[in-house]
Design a protein. Structure first.
Length: 242
């Protein structure tokens, strides 16, 4: 189909770049690392979620994910130590035979794998086995979008991640909404009970930043701290964003 050909062309021409969004420690405001976010450069603009869904129609989602993964990992040497790099991977991509090879070419102790919940997991034994191997080599595991659906809670229960990312839906308007505050507080307690660090995403205001810090959230990212930016721009800012 036309769509399949378009995805092949993106892959052939490498029509994507990797934007980096800073992650900071909420207490010290120091930068801890960055999340790598694919930005597809073909017109019209489409979000990575949409591109990956379109790629899945022709079985190209995992190849495209792995190509974005490799491009993101290539940026690590340009990040000053000890900054970490977070990369997004679906459970299906984690299980792909090539993933381990790609990750092992990188300094894995500087990588946090954000597990997305886009595809359901049938076999946690297999997934946690793969992840345990990588974690023994120093990989950190984060569960993305925790609080946006059931899958993320199952991921947390089964995988006991290093980091839980509070979904930005919970952060939006949290200052004004007691229900969001209560749900966030319960997820923070849930995360603590399995020994995870808590990272809030989608922080857009100083009020959200201060409230989440006071609720005990460790780390944050969002437009209030910095938009996702190209590496060159972050370098020109000497990685000072807050
Ligand atoms: O940056 P933006 O909000 O448009 O990203 C939408 C979603 O696409 C993110 O939540 C993230 O999960 C996913 N995404 C972005 N970049 C990548 C990538 O390189 N690989 C994978 N697998 N997912 C990505
Ligand atoms: O699925 P994931 O959590 O990886 O998605 C990250 C996406 O969230 C990125 O596409 C990024 O552009 C977007 N994003 C990052 N910070 C903010 C923010 O403060 N507000 C909103 N609305 N989106 C954000
Ligand atoms: Na993510
Ligand atoms: Mn997320």
């Amino acid at each position: 189909t036309q769509r399949a050909a378009e995805i092949r062309a993106i892959r052939r021409d490498r029509d994507f770049s990797i934007a980096l969004q800073p992650v900071v420690d909420l207490k010290s405001r120091k930068m801890i690392g960055m999340e790598a976010l694919a930005r597809f450069t073909r017109e019209p603009y489409r979000s990575p979620d949409l591109w990956f869904a379109q790629a899945a129609e022709s079985g190209q989602d995992i190849p495209l994910e792995l190509e974005c993964l490799a491009a993101a990992l290539d940026l690590i040497p340009a990040l000053p130590e000890p900054l970490l790099l977070s990369i997004n991977l679906s459970p299906a991509a984690v299980l792909d035979a090539q993933t381990r090879t790609i990750l092992q070419r990188a300094p894995i102790h500087r990588v946090t794998l954000e597990l997305t919940e886009h595809s359901p997991v049938d076999d946690y034994a297999e997934l946690s086995g793969h992840l345990a191997d990588l974690r023994r080599q120093g990989l950190r595991l984060a569960i993305d979008d925790t609080g946006s659906g059931y899958a993320s809670f199952r991921h947390v229960l089964k995988l006991k991640p290093d980091v839980i990312k509070l979904d930005r839906e919970l952060v939006f308007d949290i200052e004004k909404d007691p229900a969001r505050q209560a749900l966030a507080a319960s997820i923070i307690a849930f995360g603590r009970s399995v020994g995870s660090m808590i990272l809030a995403e989608g922080i857009e205001t100083e009020g959200q930043f201060d409230l989440l810090r006071d609720m005990g959230v460790d780390r944050g990212q969002g437009y209030f701290i910095s938009r996702p930016l190209p590496l060159d721009i972050l370098k020109a800012m000497n990685f000072n964003v807050l």
